[in-house]
Design a protein around this ligand. Structure first.
Ligand SMILES: NC(=O)C1=CN([C@@H]2O[C@H](COP(=O)(O)OP(=O)(O)OC[C@H]3O[C@@H](n4cnc5c(N)ncnc54)[C@H](O)[C@@H]3O)[C@@H](O)[C@H]2O)[C@@H](O)CC1
Ligand SMILES: [K+]
Length: 490
């Protein structure tokens, strides 16, 4: 599977500048690519395409597309909502050329349409939308037919996935030069529909970018996907310890333990704060005291059901002091936020650390609000990674994986079925299992997140979600996909 590059608008602008005098102009290429997809989507629909062109270059793309559609025999209705004399130069040219082929309206004529093309705003959206844009977007969103967004749905921030304050809900998006992070995280996926990337001839330029992020996929952790050798034993695959399970929260630790077991850790110890003897549903799990579990481990996950007692804080300190790969989740993250001394210790660890916060936990760690974290999930994840010198999985729609070296990835597997209690505990178990098997922390974060999401997608494919997925159900499909990956990548 090819790894897809993600660029933020600052970098896209630089690329656009470098290619400003290319022939054919980038806007012609973009408009032609949009028209080609629009032709496909319009096929068989009654009513002409409706093309909405805004005041900048995104509107220019739409006007080029309108001209191409007209040349292909369609009769698009074009609504232009800008001032021709204020258009940037390429868009002005597109407006002039369209004006020789057809006319522009300033409001949407009442009639029925086929495809609606959203060319109002792209990466130049600079501030919160007001009227008349809000009403216009509401009208587009009330439309029941296909909607093609040019570059990104208008109102969506293509860098962050935030809404300003609303956005077009497209059924399809064609995005130019490279894929963009805001289309894949937070509110992006709910607004973009099916995304097509048109590189408009700039693929080499995209591949050369140093600041790029990537869409997570198995190619990124392929080196760790190894079929098992026959002459091995349970010690070969490491010993995972899950530390957590305070009174009334035993289930969280057991879920993480089951996930670690089924993703291949050779032995799984659960260091339970609530002393229970056995997991009757999974007797392979070895229930120990937290201290014993830590001593026996080659990789530790701390947090599921840990609570925030003094004992929990003490266990967190001891796990930080080990020289073992360590996953920190849930209440262990809240303890870190509450104990700056522990937080400072993390950054000094010699072994790898992986933090798996959801946005509220990330906000506590950064000393800010959930809104600030979500306003730029990539920046938040990178800041955490740098501050703690740890790998980070910032969970949520389009989980962000960030490394202390400043690399970032967006996970695109998974669905709303993951929004259920225990889902994070299962992810922690997956991470610890891969670390116990010797994966690097970056590979473990990428692999575990990808498998966790893919498991949820498999359940949806089988009609078992996205509504009502129980976290424990993620484990079996993840194991199936993992085994297949390890065999096929051999
Ligand atoms: N520059 C280039 O070389 C290329 C640009 N392309 C297209 O150009 C787009 C970017 O173009 P622009 O930079 O002109 O940006 P946009 O067309 O996205 O929007 C900029 C315009 O919207 C106005 N605006 C911004 N926020 C607003 C708000 N909240 N309320 C009302 N008006 C607002 C600005 O004043 C400006 O007139 C890309 O998304 C892509 O579609 C493509 O054609 C590829 C090449
Ligand atoms: K748009």
């Amino acid at each position: 599977m090819a790894t897809q590059t993600l660029l933020r608008s600052e970098t896209l602008r630089e690329i656009e500048k470098t290619h400003a005098i290319d022939q054919p102009p980038l806007m012609e290429r973009a408009g032609n690519a949009a028209a080609k997809l629009a032709l496909k989507l319009q096929a068989g629909l009654s009513g002409p395409p409706l093309i909405l062109a805004g005041p900048g270059n995104n509107g220019g793309d739409a006007l080029v597309a309108a001209r191409v559609l007209k040349a292909c025999g369609l009769d698009p209705v074009v609504v232009f909502l800008g001032h021709a004399d204020k258009l940037p130069i390429d868009a002005r040219m597109a407006w002039e050329r369209w004006s020789t082929a057809g006319n522009c309206r300033s409001d949407i004529p009442a009639r029925s349409y086929g495809l609606v093309v959203d060319g109002l705003f792209g990466i130049g959206l600079a501030r919160s939308l007001t009227e008349p844009w809000l009403s216009l977007i509401a009208r587009i969103n009330a439309y029941r037919g296909p909607v093609l967004a040019i570059d990104c749905p208008s109102g969506l921030n293509a860098d962050t996935g935030t809404l300003n304050p609303v956005a077009v809900r497209a059924t399809h998006t064609i995005t130019f030069i490279s894929h963009k992070p805001g289309l894949l995280t937070l509110d992006g996926p709910d607004h973009c529909g099916e995304v097509t990337v048109a590189d408009i001839g700039l693929a080499d330029e995209v591949n050369a970018q140093q600041t790029a992020g990537f869409i997570n996929n198995p190619a990124l952790f392929a080196a760790s996907l190894l079929p098992r050798q026959r002459n091995t034993h349970k010690g070969t695959y490491g010993s995972a310890a899950i530390i957590g399970g305070a009174p009334t929260m035993a289930g969280a630790a057991l879920l993480a333990g089951r996930a670690a077991l089924m993703l291949g850790a050779g032995r799984v110890f659960i260091g339970m704060l609530e002393r229970i003897a056995v997991d009757h549903g999974q007797p392979e799990l070895m229930l120990k005291s937290p201290a014993e579990a830590m001593t026996l481990a080659t990789a530790i996950g701390i947090g599921p059901g840990l609570a925030q007692s003094d004992e929990a804080a003490n266990l967190l300190r001891r796990s930080i002091e080990t020289v073992l790969p360590l996953v920190i989740d849930a209440d262990a993250l809240n303890l870190l936020a509450a104990h700056p001394v522990l937080a400072r210790q993390i950054a000094r660890r010699s072994a790898a650390t992986l933090l798996t916060p959801h946005p509220a936990e990330a906000a506590r760690l950064l000393g800010g609000s959930v809104e600030t974290v979500q306003a730029d999930r990539i920046a938040s994840a990178l800041e955490l990674a740098q501050r703690f010198h740890a790998c980070v999985v910032l969970k949520g729609c389009g989980s962000i994986i960030a490394t202390p070296e400043g690399r970032w990835f967006i996970n695109t597997t998974g669905n709303a079925g993951l929004a259920t209690a225990g889902s994070g505990d299962v992810l922690t178990g997956f991470c610890v299992a891969l670390l116990a098997q010797g994966w690097t922390v970056k590979a473990a974060a990428l692999g575990a997140t990808w498998l966790h999401g893919t498991a949820a997608d498999r359940l949806v494919d089988d009609g078992e979600g996205s509504i009502g997925i129980a976290a424990g159900e993620l484990i079996a499909p993840a194991r199936r996909v993992f085994n297949r990956l390890c065999v096929t990548s051999a």
